[in-house]
Design a protein around this ligand. Structure first.
Ligand code: LMR
Length: 394
């Protein structure tokens, strides 16, 4: 049966995990996959999540099925975290999904069921898995320019011009905050312009929000999404708890639909759940239950927010210190954008051969497009790292 089958190419981000682990060097540096790390390079379970898990273990009496939408209270809590407490929840529906990726795929399936020839506009560059995921659901892909590598800034005029070419009914996938892989984000004023354009041209906003709380703060990171929700008649969202609750392997996320009316949102959600049934039936419970407990308990919630804020501020300090080290070692302001970017990533603007040299000659691992995970920066040897980067430039 499988004799003529070709092996699938490895995922470029996930392949870095095993390559890094297999490297025997002790002074290696992992700036690859997007997981938060503390100064010891560990990815700890958050305090509030651990406490919630203990309570869950003590209280949970049954593991019987919950239903296709998973944990209903979790769904309401996540919708509120993302849209803000003032949103019009009479026309917002959420379904628990297996991680942000599961949510993305569920939304993509909904879009395909809604419009067989649907086209999704995706930023160039974007998280590499967006493209196969949307194609896998049978959607057409178009790209809009997003990033100017030389200056490290958003190509906003070019982005608007491209989206101005989209046809009525096309979908626009936007990173809610902390753009992956670039770290360059839209300002509130730019979000307003994007929202106006989408409404004027009849385009559906599709927001992927996977790093809420890692950029400017929990509410500030959702501002763009909330601006869209205030202007657009309908929108779809894929939310992830992997990073901001550090529950990566537990797979916690939500597919969210905002309809013109509650009745339309109910119909759309019935299609999301029917799609879930054909793919995996029901989402895993444990991580979402822990997140639900954290969000429902005032003390746990406050502790979670405080720890998340510590993580955000650590990444911010690392950005500033690393930009300074790069300035010292390169004698230029070429990498100053690292300090102004927000979220977990920045793209340094190196070529693939330069990235390869960093790995082979210095044991420094980053994604081939020179995306770095800021949380992986080694606090005590930033100048060493900056020097290594500068050494591969020529
Ligand atoms: C990343 O971009 O590194 C993370 O979102 C992990 C992944 O699944 O790619």
């Amino acid at each position: 049966m499988f004799e003529d089958l070709q092996a699938a190419p490895a995922d470029k981000i996930l392949a870095l995990i095993s390559a890094y682990r297999a490297d025997p060097r002790t002074d290696k540096v992992d700036l690859g996959v997007g997981v938060y790390k503390d100064r010891d390079g560990a990815t700890p379970i958050m305090r509030a999540v651990r406490e919630a898990e203990k309570r869950l273990l003590n209280k949970q009496k049954s593991k019987t099925y919950l239903g296709l939408a998973g944990d209903i209270e979790f769904n309401a809590a996540i919708a509120s975290l993302v849209f803000g407490e003032q949103a019009d929840f009479s026309r917002i529906r959420a379904a628990q999904a297996p991680g942000g990726s599961g949510a993305l795929r569920l939304v993509a399936e909904l879009l395909k069921r809604t419009k067989a020839d649907a086209t999704v506009w995706i930023s160039n560059p974007t998280w590499p898995n967006h493209i196969p995921m949307m194609r896998g659901a049978g959607l057409q892909i178009r790209e809009y320019p997003y990033f100017d590598a030389a200056s490290g800034t958003v190509r906003f005029e070019a982005m608007l011009e491209a989206l101005g070419q989209a046809d009525r009914g096309d979908i626009v996938l936007l990173h809610g905050c902390c753009h992956n892989p670039t770290g360059a984000n839209l300002s509130a004023a730019q979000w307003q312009s994007v929202a106006d354009l989408l409404v004027k041209r009849g385009l559906l906003p599709f927001v992927d929000i996977a790093y809420q709380g890692f950029g400017e703060g929990l509410d500030a990171d959702a501002e763009g999404l909330r601006i869209l929700a205030g202007k657009a008649p309908e929108m779809v969202v894929a939310a992830s708890c992997s990073k901001n609750f550090a529950v990566y392997r537990d797979r916690v996320g939500a597919a969210i639909v905002m309809g013109r009316t509650g009745a339309e949102a109910d119909i759309a959600m019935s299609q999301v759940l029917s799609a879930a049934r054909t793919m995996y039936s029901m989402p895993p419970d444990h991580g979402a239950a822990a997140v639900r407990i954290v969000l429902a308990d005032a003390q746990l919630r406050a502790d979670w927010q405080a720890e998340l804020e510590e993580m955000r501020l650590r990444m911010l300090r690392l950005r500033i210190a690393f930009a300074e080290a790069l300035r010292r070692q390169s004698n230029s302001d070429r990498f100053d954008f690292v300090a102004t970017h927000r979220g977990m990533f920045s793209r340094l603007g190196l070529t693939e051969p330069q990235v390869d040299r960093l790995r082979t000659e210095h044991g420094v691992y980053m994604v081939g497009d020179s995306r770095i995970n800021v949380a992986g920066l080694p606090e005590d040897k930033l100048d060493w790292l900056a020097k290594a980067i500068v050494s591969v430039l020529d």
